[in-house]
Ligand binder design. Structure first.
Ligand code: NAP
Length: 341
């Protein structure tokens, strides 16, 4: 029996997820869609899917067993709380929410419900290269991780829609989450450095350098460049006590001709992480079919939100900004991040 799902938000990633849920993956049927722009929802709706006027009508429909949220970040809080109130498993694109208060409300609602329902769209955790990198670190043969360099470069971002805060509250959340996951640790403080501004970014503050100070003393240095022009380039390198484990940009066919030796660069996240998104949904479908969620949790969404908030404060203060977390509820596993790894 296929899991009947409803998709909220049929913009760029909503349409890409509808494609994978209808054409790539099995065990799932998109039976409902909605968008603030109903024409866009109608165009994106797979054959036979019902178009709902509002997210709440979709979430509470008897036809919908589980929900995928692909609307923009500020809308996620209300939609997540409605899913939890309806007791329906929900996959929510990042950022889970856009404020600490909202993140705590989601956690409180899920804890009160008593079972995990929320999976956050941190797809890097499902990427085969990142999984191999984590296995090497966890295996311990290189010793303790001391530093991690995370490079996050986008060719461009939509002008006007991508605002000055977004490198920190929309983009950095991926690096914050993957750093916590790879190093099995929480972030205790954040610094931000603003180098000379790229003229390509117009009014955007770009690029940005962020330092994440981890609880056990490791430091993560994140480069965020959202207007790098040449393509989508995601890299990572972990320096450990006895060696280095690196994740280069995605390996591709090497072409040698009269112009030299070169490899294609992914155009955007859809191409680079296509298999990771597929795998993230494969695992979500299994869990949602059992009425629950695995993978990145509301706690992980909360942690990434706190890092984004601290980074935004650090831009204003120019100082080290502390990240202070509430006590981890039992629903999200062992209190220590290392024990949870
Ligand atoms: P997008 O193209 O702007 O699509 C968002 C869609 O949701 C738009 O159609 C928007 O309508 C609609 N929407 C906004 N508020 C809504 C509401 N309250 N109810 C229903 N629909 C609503 O943006 P996108 O690039 O697809 O991004 C969507 C989300 O995915 C964002 O949170 C983004 O950060 C995340 N994302 C994640 C990844 C990843 O790598 N995991 C990659 C890209 C995006 P209007 O345009 O009319 O506002």
């Amino acid at each position: 029996m296929a899991l009947n799902i409803g998709v909220i938000g049929t913009g760029m990633i909503g349409q890409d997820h509808i494609r994978r849920l209808t054409q790539v993956l099995s065990g799932v049927a998109v039976v409902a869609v909605t968008d603030i722009d109903l024409d866009r929802a109608r165009q994106a709706a797979p054959e036979g899917a019902q178009v709902f006027d509002t997210p709440k009508a979709l979430i509470t429909s008897d036809q919908v067993e589980a929900v995928v949220i692909c609307s923009w970040g500020p809308a996620h809080e209300e939609q997540l709380l409605d899913c939890i109130a309806a007791g329906k498993p929900v996959f929510c694109e990042k950022p889970m929410v856009t404020s600490e208060t909202a993140a705590r409300k989601v956690i409180e609602a899920e804890v009160a419900f008593g079972r995990r329902l929320v999976q956050v769209g941190f797809m890097r955790r499902f990427d085969a290269d990142y999984r191999r990198l984590k296995a090497v670190i966890d295996g311990g043969t290189l010793g303790a991780p001391l530093m991690y360099k995370s490079v996050h470069r986008n060719a461009s971002v939509p002008e006007g829609l991508y605002t000055s805060d977004m490198p920190l509250n929309d983009t950095l959340v991926h690096d914050a989450d993957i750093s916590r996951w790879l190093l099995s640790d929480e972030v205790k403080g954040v610094e931000v450095r603003l180098p000379r501004r790229s003229t390509r970014g117009k009014d955007l503050r770009d690029p940005t350098m962020v330092l994440l100070h981890m609880e056990d003393g490791a430091i993560v240095d994140v480069e965020i460049s959202v207007n790098i022009a040449y393509g989508y380039d995601i890299r990572g390198e972990v320096s450990c006590e006895q060696g280095i484990a690196a994740l280069p940009n995605r390996p591709a066919t090497v072409i040698t001709d009269q112009h030299g030796i070169r490899q294609a660069i992914p155009e955007d996240w859809r191409e680079r992480f296509i298999e990771a998104y597929d795998q993230e949904f494969r695992e979500w479908i299994v869990a949602a079919g059992q009425g629950t969620a695995t993978g990145p949790s509301a706690w992980d969404g909360y942690a990434a939100t706190l890092v984004a908030d601290a980074a935004l404060r650090a831009v204003d203060s120019g100082a080290y900004e502390r990240v202070t977390m509430i006590e981890k509820p039992d629903l999200y596993g062992p209190k220590s991040a290392r024990a949870a790894a």
